[in-house]
Design a protein around this ligand. Structure first.
Ligand SMILES: C[S@@+](CC[C@H](N)C(=O)[O-])C[C@H]1O[C@@H](n2cnc3c(N)ncnc32)[C@H](O)[C@@H]1O
Length: 280
């Protein structure tokens, strides 16, 4: 028998009844989407489709407005901007928000700068969804290091100059980051430091203290892939002085292969010869 107000069932057709007891409510899902480093053209097609299909977009501060503009205008946008010293929403509240939105039956995109699993706390959000029984998928994004190396013409690995690349965080909640400095100081190895502007002095001291030459080429890229990108070619020894004059999301990149940056991008200047930075 059909529900009151619904058309009578035709023989052989499946009738789907809306409503019903709350324990049959359809749960939505969460998709952790990598927005890339800022340039909307570095968004993946899969990420774009997810944005256009979302009911709600929960985003952080590193996502550029041009990328948010690509989402459906009907989608609700929630800014949970996370900055090192200004957490709009603590991580556990973001986790709870994602779960609650999905439990309302919504299709939730959690949009994060770069890649969700590279210093993006995507793993914590994934675990929270799993613990709550909420379906969670991940769409990778271009992490900032890849964009920075590409625009500077500095390969992160390079035959004869960089047999390995390591991504590390320069930020630690208390004190200096707990890193294996001896391993990072090995030659022919690119070290990319995320969130390292404020700890550049400690990082340079630890790397040189562990044996990495102060003359090792280094590259700093601020706002990689964005219109206001800045790139500075320098050395490990000069890194603290360079970093002191900069602000904004930045990567410190140290390694022999960073010497290629100067050849690959003529607009790069030596900071101690003229201004500290140059727009792309
Ligand atoms: C919380 S981490 C997020 C990293 C991000 N998940 C990724 O994969 O790029 C934030 C740090 O990433 C780096 N970063 C992110 N976007 C950047 C950009 N466009 N240019 C330079 N550095 C960037 C900076 O070191 C910034 O402090």
């Amino acid at each position: 028998m059909s529900r009151q107000g619904a058309s009578p069932a035709k023989p052989g057709r499946l009738v789907v009844l809306r409503g019903g007891p709350s324990n049959t409510r359809v749960t939505g899902r969460v998709v952790l989407v990598g927005a890339g480093p800022g340039d909307p053209e570095l968004l993946t097609i899969k990420a774009l489709k997810a944005l256009q299909a979302a009911d709600v977009i929960v985003h952080d501060g590193l996502v550029s407005p041009e990328i948010l503009d690509l989402a459906s205008s009907a989608a609700r946008r929630i800014d949970v901007a996370k900055r090192k010293s200004r957490h709009t929403l603590p991580q556990d509240e973001i986790n709870r928000l994602l779960v609650a939105l999905a439990q309302e039956g919504l299709s939730v995109v959690r949009l994060k700068g770069g890649d969700p699993f590279i210093f993006g706390r995507g793993g914590e959000e994934l675990e929270a969804c799993r613990a709550a029984g909420v379906e969670c998928a991940v769409i990778p994004g271009v992490t900032a290091a890849l964009a920075a190396g590409a625009s500077a013409g500095a390969p992160l690995t390079h035959r004869g100059a960089a047999q390995a690349v390591t991504f590390v965080t320069g930020h630690a909640a208390h004190g200096e980051p707990d890193l294996d400095w001896a391993a990072l100081a090995r030659p022919n190895h690119t070290v990319v430091i995320y969130m390292g502007l404020s700890t550049a002095g400690v990082i340079a001291d630890r790397l040189t203290g562990a044996g990495r030459s102060a003359a090792t080429p280094a590259l700093v890229v601020v706002n990689a892939s964005r219109a206001d990108e800045q790139r500075i070619v320098t050395t490990l020894g000069q890194l603290p002085a360079v970093a002191a004059g900069l602000a904004g999301p930045a990567l410190l990149m140290v390694g022999e292969a960073m010497a290629l940056a100067a050849a690959g991008a003529s607009e790069i200047v030596q900071p101690l010869l003229s201004s500290r930075s140059v727009g792309a």
